[in-house]
Design a protein around this ligand. Structure first.
Ligand SMILES: [Mg+2]
Length: 153
């Protein structure tokens, strides 16, 4: 099974200065994904931020096999700055869920690090804690299931 990658900020959580707000359904989303492969956080944020934020996911954090952060992505970022065209992926390919759109700088960095095409990029509308009825992760899982598992969830 291929790994599955999930962005952190605005995808699973909304971090503010005072606290971290988990997105509604984040734990259930991670639990369901873990049934399809190892789940990794792939974040452009620093490890210190990711470690601080993970407990906000509650039991959802138990379904995360590992985290990749800015520190891990730096070799790809450096090569992209140099406009290298032969950049080797850092991690095994897999589907990624991210609030950033195709064509954004984070998309370029992360899809290069995974060596994936745009077909494996599932954009999730950015989460903001002022929307308590957010159901985007449910919809994102449905899309994943339809595209990569081969049936409606
Ligand atoms: Mg994000």
């Amino acid at each position: 099974m291929n790994p599955v990658y999930v962005d952190l900020d605005q995808t699973l959580i909304h971090p503010t200065k005072d606290r971290i707000y988990p997105r509604p359904g984040a734990a259930e989303f991670l639990r369901r994904l873990a049934g399809h492969g190892e789940v990794f956080i792939l974040s452009h944020a620093m490890l210190s931020h990711v470690e601080e934020a993970l407990p906000a996911l509650g039991v959802g954090a138990e379904y995360i096999s590992g985290v990749f952060t800015r520190e891990d992505l730096q070799p790809v970022i450096d090569q992209l700055v140099l406009r290298r065209t032969d950049i080797q992926p850092l991690f095994p390919p897999g589907v990624i869920f991210d609030d950033q759109p195709i064509g954004s700088s984070y998309h370029l960095i992360k899809s290069t690090a995974l060596g994936i095409g745009d077909d494996l990029w599932i954009q999730v509308p950015a989460y903001n804690r002022v929307n308590p009825n957010d159901t985007a992760l449910k919809a994102a899982y449905k899309k994943f299931h339809r595209l990569f598992v081969g049936a409606d969830a």
